[in-house]
Write a protein that binds this ligand. Structure first.
Ligand SMILES: [Mn+2]
Length: 139
């Protein structure tokens, strides 16, 4: 199992490869607001643990396991954003709140949150009912 910090890197690498087709150390450093030397260190660790293959001049590719995990991490992030948006959390708080909680929930909790999001997405009436309560409580 990757640590929370490893998860952040795998998630960003997966997103960069999805967006651009490749993930450069400088882009990873920029997206995670860390020094490039920290990225190099972590990338070597992720290579050792077989989440990716790092070749100094050819760049970096995720292994099938790294890809599978990256996909789940991106899904988890997006699901949590959806959930917070649904329950009425302010847009300006959503990204940082998700970054703060995503590593600390079990996959069991993620699956059940998935049910909750589905419950609301199935019927706009349920969302409206929740909004009535939100309005009452934010008066
Ligand atoms: Mn995230």
């Amino acid at each position: 199992m990757p640590t929370p910090s490893m998860e952040d890197y795998i998630e960003q690498i997966y997103l960069l490869i999805e967006e651009k087709g490749y993930a450069r150390v400088s882009d990873i450093a920029g997206n995670l607001s860390v020094h490039p030397s920290s990225v190099t260190k972590m990338v070597q660790k992720l290579d050792q643990e077989e989440y990716l293959v790092y070749e100094k001049y050819r760049g970096l590719i995720l292994t099938p396991n790294g890809k599978k995990i990256g996909k789940r991490l991106v899904y988890r992030h997006e699901l949590l954003e959806k959930m917070l948006r649904l329950i009425g959390v302010k847009e300006e708080n959503i990204y940082h709140d998700v970054e703060g909680i995503e590593h600390h929930l079990s996959w069991n909790a993620i699956d059940r949150i998935g049910d909750l999001v589905e419950y609301f997405e199935e019927s706009p009436k349920r969302v409206e009912e929740l909004e009535v309560i939100q309005k009452k409580n934010t008066k």
